[in-house]
Each structure stands twice: as C-alpha cells, then as structure tokens.
Ligand binder design. Structure first.
Ligand SMILES: *Cc1c(COP(=O)(O)O)cnc(C)c1O
Length: 425
C-alpha cells in the first residue's frame, strides 16, 4: 500500500501534507514514510520467520542513520561496501555481527576495521583480495570469515549499468574459476571459508534469473562439499525490482513469493542431496526496502517555453537525484496540488550547468512557478548518490511517522561546503 496519497487535493506522506513539509523545511527535500519502510522490511522479515535466514539491508541504497536505526530495531543486518558504511551501522546501533562486507576494492584499513568490529563475513571478489585479507587477519592474529562472490553468468535482463552477474562485469569470480578460487581460499591459514554469495543485478522485475543463479550456487556447494569445503551460508544478494510507474515494467513477483520460492528450492535440495545439513540463507535487498518509501520534493522556479521543448526548471537537480542522468531512469512526477487548466508538456530540469541535468522528460503538467512537484519512488539511490556539484548543499531529509514530520538530516549550508578547503599561503 502506498503511503503517499492525495488527501483534500494535496499529496501527503502518511498524515502530513507535502506542502506543509515544504513550508516548514524548504526544498529540495527528501521525504520518507516510516510505515512504508517497516512494511517493506517486514515483507522480507516475515517470509524468513522460523527459518535460518538473515536480511542484510544493502545500505548504499539509503544510509541515513534514522533509516538504519529503524531497520536495526526490526532485527535487520546490513550489507556494506565501505568502512564508512560500517561506521554508520555502528553509529545507528546496528550489529556488526550481522554485517556483510561487499565490494571489489576493500582497502587494508577497511579490512582491519571490519575484523576489529567483528563483522559476519567478507564477500570476497578476487584472488588478490583473498591474499590481502589473509595477510591483514594474520597480522591481527585473527581469522577472517569469507564468502566468495560467484558470478553465475545469468542474464538479469536489466539496465547494463545495474547488471552485475555477467562475464563482462567487474564483479565476482567467474563460475568456471570458482572451484579453484575456493581451493585457494581454503588453503590460506587465516581465512575461514563460510559462505557463497552472488548479486546478479538490480531492479530485476522477475525472479527467474535469481532462481537460476540459486541453482548454480547449489551445484557449486555440492561440488565444494565433495572437496571437503563446507559452506554454512548462501547469500542471494539483492535485486528484486520496484514499480517506478513505467508501463510494462511492473515487478512480476512480490517479495514474499520470491523468498518462498528460494526456501522451497533450498529445502528440496537439503532433503535430497545435502543430507539435511543446515544452511543459513541471506538476502541483501536495497532498492526494494527503500525506493517507494521516499519522494524528492521540489519547487518550480521557472517555466521556460522553447522552440522544440518546454522546460520546467525546478530547484532540485542531478546532484540531488542522479538516476535519470546516470541510467536514463524514468521517475514519476506528481504535482503536490492539482491545478485546473490545460496541461503543457515539459522536460523537468534542474539549475545545474549540464545538459544531462534533467529529472523527467515530456511530462504533462498544469503547474505554475512556485508550485511543488514530487519525484516519486526516490527513496533508493537518491540521497546516497547526491553530490555538491555547483556548490549546492545536499537536500534535507525528513521521515514522516503518522502525523509527525521529523528532520533526520538538515540541509547543508554553503559555508559547510568549503569548510574543509584552504588557500595557499
Ligand atoms: C547494490 C547491492 C545490493 C542491493 O541491490 P538492490 O538491487 O538495491 O536490492 C546487494 N548486494 C550487493 C553486493 C550490492 O552491490
């Protein structure tokens, strides 16, 4: 159920109107719904009830401390891709023991930090990384828990920039090299081989490629078992897509159904071939936890009629929301207050000095300067990808809980943007 609804002609987040939020906190501003966040997390959590399973929220999608805190209180683990993200988990009261460290470029310092904090597992992506981790763990007199990110070479049928499980991607260890890589890992003295993982891409509308990847991981676990390498957890990565409102692009599978299918396959395999041995199943969802919990609220500055196109110039820009510029992503745009009159077709663009600075193309709007627009389904890969390009302070972030709006990140001031800089003497 969407927590963004029109009440008395005005778009609301739960019980608070977006116009009231704009008046109180200004624009551009990200507005999230707490109820939507918990609902999305619980779709995973509920499907895992009574099972040996863990949901590790991929926090790169939205890493605001308040979001992390709410999820940690529900029992979430976390999937991180940097030492900075680990420090966020800890600052938000999350449990490092339920945290998984992904990514192709972990530094020595990041490995040390993660070992000292006692994370659940390193998802390792290459042989040089195995050797580095072995060395770092040895120096600390510790053993590092590792999983290998295996690249099952299945086509996730998503945008090339967010497909990650093909041979041509920088991520993971090729399926055909996985056995040898596991042998290398098992031979290193300071590593404990505990898991296997994959992440084949993002915004998958169907779970068929994920289930295909699962079958390949299961096949590999059996092969490894024959070699005396025992896998204790199987990590499916993230990837279930969300409904951005694009015709024909609706996710075909609810989260609960996807998890049910994963567990059914795992159970059948355990009973048939794995001699009933336990195996923990881990999920790393990002987008499907936060995307539809948030909107980017922006104000129209100017309407600019053009020769070939009309432009609706708003106070949010590509630095606030990069998805359209980066992936040509289609984001739904809604007027916060409906207005009578004839609709005109506009490209919704920001003030940044780049032709790539657009948020939406060819949208019919009746809006006037000063009106508010909401860029919908912007809770994932929105604020976390924001930059300060053009010396623009990043947007404020609000979480709405029922009738209350809480400021969870204040707007940056211009002075803060150059506070770390110095001139030559
Ligand atoms: C980004 C990422 C995720 C989350 O992907 P979503 O599509 O947002 O669910 C999970 N695991 C890894 C390793 C990632 O890089």
């Amino acid at each position: 159920m969407s927590q963004f609804t029109i009440q008395d002609g005005v778009l609301h987040a739960e019980g608070v109107s977006l116009s009231a939020i704009a008046e109180r906190f200004g624009t551009p501003t990200y507005v999230y719904s707490k109820a939507a966040l918990l609902e999305n997390f619980n779709a995973y959590h509920d499907a895992c009830q009574g099972r040996d399973a863990l949901v590790c929220y991929a926090m790169k999608a939205n890493s605001n401390l308040a979001v992390l805190d709410l999820l940690a209180r529900q029992g979430a683990g976390f999937d991180i891709v940097s030492g900075g993200e680990l420090l966020r988990v800890i600052a938000a009261g999350g449990d490092p023991g339920k945290t998984i460290f992904s990514g192709v470029g972990k530094t020595v310092e990041e490995m040390q930090l993660a070992l000292e904090k006692g994370i659940l597992c390193f998802n390792v992506e290459s042989i040089p990384e195995l050797h580095r981790l072995n060395e770092v763990a040895g120096k600390l007199g510790m053993r590092a828990p590792v999983s290998l990110r295996v690249n099952p070479n299945v086509d996730a049928k998503t945008h090339p920039y967010i497909a990650t499980g093909l041979k041509a991607n920088k991520f993971g260890v090729a399926f055909d090299d996985a056995l040898d890589t596991y042998r290398s890992a098992a031979a290193l003295p300071n590593l404990d081989v505990v898991g296997i993982d994959c992440h084949i891409g993002s915004q998958l509308l169907d779970d068929a490629p994920l289930l295909e990847a699962l079958d390949k991981l299961i096949e590999l676990i059996d092969t490894l078992h024959g070699e005396g390498i025992h896998i204790h957890h199987l990590d499916m990565g993230g990837g279930i897509g969300v409904d951005y409102g694009v015709a024909g692009d609706k996710p075909a599978v609810p989260v609960g159904d996807y998890l049910t299918r994963v567990f059914a396959r795992v159970d059948a395999w355990r009973a048939e071939k794995h001699e009933g041995r336990p195996i923990k199943v881990i999920f790393e969802p990002g987008r499907s936890i936060v995307a539809d919990t948030g909107v980017l609220l922006t104000k129209i500055e100017y309407l600019k009629p053009g020769v070939e196109k009309n432009f609706c110039i708003v106070d949010a820009a590509m630095n606030d929301l990069m998805r359209p510029a980066l992936y040509e992503a289609w984001m739904d745009v809604q007027q916060v207050t409906a207005r009578a009159g004839e609709a005109v077709t506009y490209d919704v663009v920001g003030p940044v000095c780049e032709s790539g600075d657009w948020l939406a193309r060819e949208r019919a709007l009746t809006a006037q300067p000063g009106d508010l627009l909401a860029i919908m389904t912007a809770g994932a890969y929105g604020m976390t990808m924001a930059s300060n390009y053009n010396t623009r302070g990043r947007a404020a972030e609000i979480i709405v809980d029922g009738e209350e709006a809480h400021l969870v990140r204040r707007r940056e001031t211009p002075a803060e943007l150059f506070a770390l800089e110095t001139v030559l003497k």
